[in-house]
Design a binder for this molecule. Structure first.
Ligand code: TXA
Ligand code: MG
Length: 322
């Protein structure tokens, strides 16, 4: 996609005034604001209706800009060289004199950092003298946004501006690894655990559903299309949307394809947009064909499993009798 400098200028103008804007990344769209400014960061939490104790990811252009705020270590350097910019988020120790707003981390001593690859986002970061805090651009617990129109759907006129960078090329959130102690994966994402392990050359701990939640994204009710979802389904019920990964001989109105060739990368890219489409068409439930649990397929299944925790009782709780 071509970079339109007048759009970047507009984005910069809003960010400098401490407003939040929508930004494209290769994983999902972000809701971005100045990570050094308390007011800007508070606005992110209020727009997203996000609990204050759920810290944000801060996006940097490169390691030089990061070093003002965080302590780095050997594991970080190995992974950074291989995978950044790209779909991996590192949890590092915050420096005592860092300028990061205390609202970003909820006063924690660690910070989640990422170096996005999307050229529009990188171009924007080059023109700012602060990093951008940016959680996924969706209301808390709902589906992430992979296109500018999805962001518009989530926040409407409540946000000032959305930088349109086309559809996110990967379509799933970044993989999160904590490096403050022994390397620990906290969230599965677009980069597979085996690739990370190969580069580090040592054991990595997987801590995706701990009793004590370290990452609120680990909470089981997450990434929800807002209607019940079943996994590993062979035959859908009548009136149920059926999400498929392999082409069927017959085509029916309720069939939706993540991929027609059992291609897991394509499926990841189409996951959130397919769920959004199904919801918009008014289906009351979704069934999903079995997806191979390898590589990025493992991350797709993790998201689907969390989405499947949605119960009708949640819908009833959310009803407002006014
Ligand atoms: O691909 C992505 O990572 C996208 C794009 C926009 O960069 N961002 C994203 O942000 O998914 P968000 O806020 O939706 O998810 C960030 C997760 C949250 O579950 C949060 O709890 C966790 O990162 N997190 C942030 N700071 C943390 C910290 N210091 N320790 C542990 N977990 C942390
Ligand atoms: Mg999110």
């Amino acid at each position: 996609m071509k970079i339109n400098q007048s759009n970047i200028k507009k984005a910069k103008k809003y960010l400098n005034k401490n407003y939040c804007i929508g930004v494209p990344t290769e994983t999902v769209y972000g809701l971005a604001a100045n990570a050094y400014a308390n007011l800007a960061v508070k606005r992110i939490f209020s727009l997203k209706q996000r609990p204050k104790n759920n810290p944000l990811i801060v996006h940097y252009l490169d390691i030089n800009s990061l070093q003002k705020d965080c302590l780095i270590n050997d594991d970080f350097i190995k992974l950074y060289k291989k995978f950044s910019p790209g779909p991996i988020t590192y949890i590092l120790k915050l420096k005592q004199n860092s300028k990061i707003s205390k609202y970003v981390t909820n006063k924690k001593k660690s910070l989640a950092v990422r170096f996005p690859k999307h050229q529009i986002f990188r171009n924007l970061l080059r023109q700012l003298n602060y990093p951008l805090a940016a959680p996924s651009a969706n209301i808390s617990t709902r589906l992430s946004a992979v296109e500018a129109t999805d962001v518009k759907e989530e926040f409407g006129s409540k946000i000032k501006y959305i930088l349109d960078g086309g559809k996110s090329s990967i379509g799933l959130e970044s993989t999160i690894i904590s490096l403050t102690n022994k390397p620990t994966i906290l969230r599965l994402g677009s980069l597979s655990v085996s690739r990370i392990k190969k580069v580090l050359g040592k054991k990595i701990i997987l801590n995706l559903n701990p009793k004590k939640k370290i990452t609120p994204g680990q909470s089981l009710l997450h990434y929800s299309p807002g209607i019940p979802l079943r996994m590993n389904v062979k035959y859908p019920k009548t009136n149920e949307a059926f999400l498929l990964i392999k082409k069927r001989k017959i085509s029916l109105d309720n069939y939706f394809y993540l991929s027609k060739k059992n291609n897991l990368n394509e499926a990841a890219k189409n996951l959130y947009s397919s769920l959004r489409k199904i919801k918009k068409k008014g289906y009351k439930s979704i069934s999903v064909e079995r997806i191979k649990n390898i590589g990025i397929g493992q991350s797709i299944n993790d998201k689907l499993k969390r989405a499947s925790k949605f119960k009708i009782s949640n819908q009833i709780k959310n009803l407002n009798f006014k």
